[in-house]
Design a protein around this ligand. Structure first.
Ligand SMILES: [Zn+2]
Length: 350
């Protein structure tokens, strides 16, 4: 009687991975030319377009190269979201399709990867090449990779300069630099498909830089602890991310101290129990939205809603902001969607 190969198959995202491929993933196999070839073989009958497979192969190569530079990475899908779904979340169904009318939001699971399974977004990020190959093997639809911010050794801070909706974020940053007397040092800059740019800076070990959207100025988002940047070489629905000419081999430069001060979290209110009044600050935000010209209505609404959520008056100010936005000509539906994304961006439940 012959002895069959009884090695159990492992499951990646519900996909059965043949033992030979496990070997390659685990680096037990064949040759060192493997970085990427296992995708070709593993999914050659999977009906995936060649271009997708090549995109995945390239994304993995770029991710491995970033990891060599000390940057922790995760696979991203074409939508720029983490490619691996949470193992703690039920499959989406009609019941979840419209969260607007559902009851209280479910409490997010506290697991940040302690369960050992992949699918925890930026918490999966690693510099370990074997682990990176595993993550990509579990997400063969990945076409890009994210670089986790805030992690040692670089403690990356991403300054995301947007050009959507006519905002001139680069101009705003220049203005901030003049006002606060700093210069952006030569550093890695990544060009986004929409014409924006990500400026890579590094933070000191003792500072936790929070994510923020438009807090510095409209169009300037900050990716800090818990955030990630789409890595250069990633392919998304909107195009490819690439390093700006001459910056690919630079080492990310330290964030100038006076810019760092602007990025640190606003001091907490002394009495968090007493509800901050919507009063003046809320009125200011509503006025800001009301004064929007066509072309800046959505940006202004988003900015104001972010500020409201950051200041603990997001929910209270939602209705006045919607009214103001509708007054400027946005539809209620647009206004609600913009405020919901501001809520998400600032870490709140819409
Ligand atoms: Zn978990």
């Amino acid at each position: 009687m012959t002895t069959p190969d009884i090695r159990p198959l492992k499951h990646h995202k519900g996909r059965t991975v043949p033992a030979a491929i496990q070997d390659e993933i685990a680096g037990r196999g064949v040759s060192q030319r493997i970085p990427l070839s296992f995708f070709e073989r593993a999914y050659e009958h999977g009906g995936m377009a060649t271009t997708d497979r090549q995109a995945t192969t390239l994304a993995l190569a770029h991710a491995l190269s970033a990891a060599e530079r000390g940057l922790s990475v995760i696979p991203l899908s074409r939508t720029k979201l983490p490619a691996l779904r949470s193992p703690h979340r039920p499959a989406p169904g009609p019941a979840h399709a419209d969260s607007r009318h559902s009851g209280p939001e479910p409490v997010p699971p506290p697991c940040h990867g302690e369960c050992g399974r992949p699918g925890h977004g930026v918490y999966d990020a690693t510099t370990d090449p074997a682990r990176i190959r595993e993550l990509f093997a579990a997400a063969p639809w990945a076409t890009g990779y994210g670089i986790a911010c805030g992690l040692p050794p670089h403690r990356l801070i991403g300054v995301d300069l947007d050009v959507k909706s006519g905002t001139d974020a680069t101009g705003s940053l220049r203005e901030l630099a003049l006002r606060h007397l700093f210069t952006i040092p030569p550093t890695v800059v990544v060009l986004t498909p929409s014409g924006g740019r990500h400026v890579w800076l590094t933070g000191p070990p003792d500072a936790v830089i929070p994510n923020s959207a438009g807090r510095l100025a409209p169009g300037i988002d900050i990716r800090g602890a818990g955030g990630y940047l789409v890595g250069p070489g990633s392919r998304t629905d909107h195009g490819v991310y690439a390093t700006a000419p001459g910056t690919a081999h630079l080492v990310p430069a330290p964030c100038p101290p006076s810019l760092l001060r602007l990025l640190l979290p606003p001091p907490r209110a002394p009495h968090p129990a007493t509800h901050p009044s919507v009063g003046d600050r809320g009125q200011g935000l509503v006025q800001f939205v009301l004064a929007a010209h066509e072309g800046q209505r959505n940006t202004r609404l988003f900015w104001a809603a972010c500020r409201a959520y950051e200041n603990g008056i997001g929910r209270a100010l939602r209705a006045p902001l919607i009214d103001a936005a509708v007054h400027t000509g946005l539809t209620e539906r647009e206004a609600r969607a913009t405020i919901a994304s501001a809520a998400r961006m600032t870490g709140h439940h819409p």
